[in-house]
Design a protein around this ligand. Sequence first.
Ligand SMILES: C[S@@+](CC[C@H](N)C(=O)[O-])C[C@H]1O[C@@H](n2cnc3c(N)ncnc32)[C@H](O)[C@@H]1O
Length: 195
Amino acid sequence: MRRWLRWIFFNVKYFGRPPWDTGVSPPELLAFLREHPPGRALDVGCGTGVNLVTMLQAGWQVVGVDYALRAVWAARKRLSEAARLSEAAPARVIAGDVTNLGALTGPFDLVLDIGCYHGIPWADRPAYRRNLLRWLAPGGYFLLYAHLVDEMKPGGFGLAPEDARALEDILALRHRADSLDRWGRRAAWMTFQKQ
Ligand SMILES: C[S@@+](CC[C@H](N)C(=O)[O-])C[C@H]1O[C@@H](n2cnc3c(N)ncnc32)[C@H](O)[C@@H]1O
């Protein structure tokens, strides 16, 4: 899908409640938060901010980025409410394209991507990976959830084997768990670490 069509797709989706916006953080993220001390986290394609609040409540300093404006507004509202209730560290949500965010520097101890990378247009993925490397602190983690490309549907979106290899060229793969999502699509959780 072309870049601007995808932008329209997400912006339109947030006029309703998109199916991925479950209001619940996945167990894989909760396990990561239990196993690692708090630091600075960046949620790439943060949607309405559910996982930002989860990380904030676990003691992390959080920054979110999304280019769907209604999602950004919802995330800001959710975060300011959570911060007011808990006196948590300051948090912010940036409206922007993750493949073109020169001003955001980091470093972050965790970059979280649940469902963003797999939809980035192929031509923009190298820029995403360059940003990722720049954002991560040495020793920092990249926690990724992505649908895998379906070889039966050429031209569809997803994480391709070349993507996984390109990520492994710049980061160490620590863990990978493949599964099927609730619609039967192949997906994977992957944990990378910057060395
Ligand atoms: C499948 S949704 C997942 C949202 C959120 N991570 C969650 O788990 O609810 C993917 C999100 O990535 C955002 N997104 C996709 N491409 C993006 C880009 N190039 N820059 C910024 N955000 C993007 C979309 O607007 C959408 O909110």
